[in-house]
Design a protein around this ligand. Structure first.
Ligand code: 87F
Length: 545
């Protein structure tokens, strides 16, 4: 069994040869997989078994608890979210995954538009000169920038970068477009792909070399307006995770060491994966202050005809959010999708017997159609599985693997009783629902599933968060795969020291995930868990992705 700490990095079952040889992490040796991937997965699955697991239709071969990394790799392929690709660190998002990204997009997009943000599209390519305008901040990221150096058989006179983020692409135009305070605020967003040539071991959704995201870039006349937006966006990010994906997050500010180098300060939503004991950054909303407006000369003339530098923000949410959701909820039978993000929320499966008479069969099918229509009218996303070349058992496994929140079975007995049997994906709980109640009870059940999934995940995260006042307590928490909430004197050098000191032969060092906005009181005289100096705030620490 691979230990989950490393297993998360393991290449997936169907990773082709090139992907299997994904670049070795120069620093993060621990993320190197221990074993070579086995050439199986999609091919084996399509050979028969419903679940792509042990081919007995009983879920996945790997278990979430025992070998998390292999389980995840198997899961994302078997549930038809992902196919591997022959460029290492790149993945195909299949319709089942892309449909969920569309739900996230729709949710977030409609809300930022209400705030007054407009969508736009800036080019993928960046000249070297422009990228270097922001040299100080790009410097640390330079090794991850991918360059186009050739076209056809010719060498480019000057190589062109592929956007890893779009500050340098957009801000020269902000500088042109903003002249007076009447041009403010300028609030733009774009939904794009970005490329970062990562050398840490890739994991579908969680860390890939090309990923999808939205990046918001805004400019305001005043600090107060900018800071207001930072928190409005952070609240929307919380909403994406908690209200849509049923994943609990902690809102907070990044430490100086962990914030975006170009930012005045960075706010974040942080999630946590209990099985690996690692925190994971969910999305960031940065207040850039006037750092970039000074660099890119973005100014407006105020009422007194004085030139003022604008206040800017930037904020981003990526397809990683889906990976966090998958890791949080899925189990050994497959995906478990929160109803609000599930591409299909309910599957209706008619279960005729061989002996069912043709008229009775027709009545059953009519009932399936009728219920489908009634539910669709209520906004429920329904799929009916009337295929007669698969057994009911196969279908159950198939839709369980795909994570459908609720199954509705309609057999001869149900026909007699004017009811359907429902079965929840998250708990397995069954409930008989009378036909007359279907259109009201099913939407209610879906909301209950959503709420219960969030509550369960929140309880798991809470169970794995320990308040620590000493180094010994801190290390016990970490080695229990928990996060540690500590009083902290907020010193950058100490964070570096903690990271080094908490590195063990089997596990990476810990860092601050955030300084949570909601924390217990910090009475006068409380000491930093590490330095013993007066604590300035609470910090949430963990090993992390
Ligand atoms: C990789 C290569 C080059 C992150 C990079 O968080 C540059 C960068 O600037 C880089 N990786 N960053 C920071 C991105 C900051 C900011 N950009 C807009 C966001 C949200 C969206």
């Amino acid at each position: 069994m691979t230990n989950p700490e490393e297993a998360i990095a393991a290449p997936a079952a169907d990773a082709p040869a090139e992907a299997a040889k994904a670049p070795k992490a120069p620093k993060e040796k621990k993320e190197k997989p221990k074993k070579e991937p086995k050439p199986e997965g999609e091919a084996k699955k399509s050979g028969g078994g419903a679940a792509g697991g042990d081919n007995k239709g009983m879920g996945l071969r790997n278990s979430k608890k025992a070998n998390f990394g292999d389980w995840y790799s198997e899961l994302v392929v078997a549930s038809e979210l992902i196919s591997y690709y022959d460029v290492s660190g790149c993945y195909i998002l299949r319709p089942w995954a892309y449909a969920m990204w569309e739900v996230v997009q729709g949710w977030f997009d409609s809300r930022i538009k209400k705030l007054g943000v407009q969508n736009s599209y800036f080019p993928l390519f960046i000249t070297e000169d422009v990228l270097n305008t922001e040299k100080d901040h790009v410097e640390g990221f330079a090794p991850e920038v991918a360059w186009v150096t050739k076209y056809g058989n010719s060498t480019m006179e000057k190589p062109i970068a592929i956007r890893p983020t779009s500050e340098t692409v957009m801000y020269p135009y902000f500088s042109q477009w903003i002249r007076s305070h009447r041009d403010l605020p300028l609030r733009l967003n774009q939904w794009t792909n970005v490329v970062r040539w990562e050398f840490k071991y890739p994991t579908p959704f969680i860390r890939s070399r090309e990923f999808l995201w939205q990046e918001g870039h805004t400019a305001f006349a005043t600090q107060a307006e900018a800071e207001g937006e930072v928190l409005d966006i952070l609240e929307l990010y919380r909403g994406v995770y908690e209200d849509l994906l049923a994943v609990p997050v902690t809102k907070g500010k990044k430490s100086k060491k962990e914030q975006f180098a170009g930012a005045f300060y960075t706010t974040t939503v942080e999630a946590y994966i209990p099985e690996t004991g690692r925190g994971i950054q969910g999305a960031t909303s940065h207040c850039l202050g006037q750092n970039f407006s000074k660099m890119f000369n973005i100014t407006y003339e105020d009422d007194d005809r004085q030139k003022q530098h604008v206040w800017q923000n930037s904020w981003g949410l990526t397809t990683r959010s889906l990976g966090v959701m998958i890791m949080t909820h899925a189990d050994d039978k497959g995906l478990v999708l929160p109803p609000r993000v599930a591409p299909k929320q309910v599957v209706i499966i008619p279960i005729p017997k061989g002996s069912t008479a043709p008229e009775a069969l027709q009545a059953m099918m009519d009932k399936v159609d009728e219920m489908t229509k009634a539910l669709e009218e209520k906004g429920v996303r329904v799929v009916t599985d009337t295929r007669n070349n698969y057994t009911p058992g196969w279908k159950y496994n198939h839709w369980e693997l795909k994570g459908l929140p609720l199954r509705m079975e309609l057999g001869p007995k149900d026909m007699d009783n004017a009811a359907v049997m429902t079965c929840r994906r998250d708990t397995g709980a069954k409930e008989v629902v009378a036909w007359a109640d279907v259109a009201t009870r099913i939407p209610q059940l879906l909301e209950t599933i959503q709420a219960d999934m969030f509550a369960a995940a929140k309880a798991r995260t809470a169970d794995c968060t320990e308040t620590c006042h000493s180094w010994d307590e801190f290390m016990v928490a970490l080695n229990n795969k928990h996060m540690a909430l500590t009083p902290w004197a907020d010193e950058e050098e100490i964070e570096e020291e903690v990271k080094k000191k908490s590195t063990t032969p089997d596990a990476m060092g810990a860092k601050t995930l955030c300084l949570p906005f909601e924390a217990p009181p910090l009475p006068e005289g409380t000491k930093c868990f590490y330095s013993g100096k007066p604590a300035k705030n609470w910090a949430l620490w963990g090993r992390s992705y």
